[in-house]
Design a protein around this ligand. Structure first.
Ligand code: ATP
Length: 247
């Protein structure tokens, strides 16, 4: 495979230069061993992500987006290199500490919504607060998260009474409710039509700007160019460019 010269760290525009960097990826390589064959999913990636921005990870299928999200979310371990979240080196944490860090400081949103059909919208959100071991005010916190995503009046509806876009909003409220510092979203608009997809991207931008929560989303969707503060283009496991289209 042709080797390209990667931008090491983005040259941040002035408005981001004094922000806290909440994610630091340093020279990360991830090689999957499948019997005798080896797949290099990420190759010497370095990247810094500032607080309070919407970051899009773009690239064709197989370019390494999900692998990089898994590294940053502490769900997988680099073959080489280091990931730091909030100044903590993930390599220094055992599995239990990583799980705790995820529960307390990260939120996850997936393409398939993954909300539970037997529970109402608010019960789905409260369940996450219970998992995060939050003992008090769960109903209030869940309602606030549903209000942020514009579903305050749908709190007691069950998923089958909601549209796909509304179900994804419940999933976003669930990720928001614990007040994470970083939300990681893998193709969150992949199952939505383009109008609904746009609304979800605008919502993520709103969450980044108004709530100060960094949102890192992997997407194929070209509409993200209109919403993301920072766009990282991946190709064959390497960063091809880092851009700042909407600051
Ligand atoms: N568990 C695994 N075992 C072996 N190879 C893997 C594994 N996960 C990913 N890969 C390979 O690593 C490369 C990057 O995959 P990855 O899923 O990160 O790409 P992606 O950009 O997220 O793709 P998509 O847009 O289709 O989700 C691909 O060649 C893929 O086949």
């Amino acid at each position: 495979m042709e080797s390209v010269e990667q931008p090491m760290i983005a040259e941040f525009p002035e408005s981001l230069q004094n922000r806290e960097m909440i994610v630091k990826v340093s020279h990360v390589t991830r090689i999957y061993e499948l019997g005798a064959s080896r797949v290099t999913a990420l190759r010497d990636i370095s990247l810094e992500i500032p607080k309070g921005v919407l970051v899009a990870l773009k690239g064709r299928s197989g370019s390494g987006k999900t692998t990089l999200l898994n590294m940053i979310g502490g769900l997988d371990t680099p073959t080489q290199g280091e990931v730091e979240l909030f100044g903590i080196r993930l390599s220094q944490l055992d599995d239990e500490a990583k799980t705790e860090l995820r529960r307390q400081r990260l939120g996850f949103v997936f393409q398939s919504f993954a909300i539970l059909p037997v529970f109402s919208a608010i019960e789905n959100v409260e369940l996450m607060l219970r998992i995060a071991n939050i003992q008090t005010d769960r109903r209030k916190l869940a309602m606030r998260a549903l209000e942020i995503v514009g579903l305050g009046s749908w709190a007691h509806h069950r998923p089958w009474e909601l549209s796909g876009g509304q179900q994804q909003r419940v999933a976003i409220a669930r990720a928001l409710a614990t007040r994470p510092e970083l939300i990681i979203a893998d193709e969150p608009t992949g199952e939505l039509d383009s109008t609904t997809g746009r609304q979800i991207m605008a919502l993520f931008r709103f969450i980044a700007v108004k709530e100060g929560i960094t949102v890192l989303m992997a997407t194929h969707d070209p509409l993200i160019e209109e919403y993301a503060h920072m766009v990282v283009d991946l190709m064959d496991g390497q960063i091809r460019s880092i851009r700042f289209p909407n600051l």
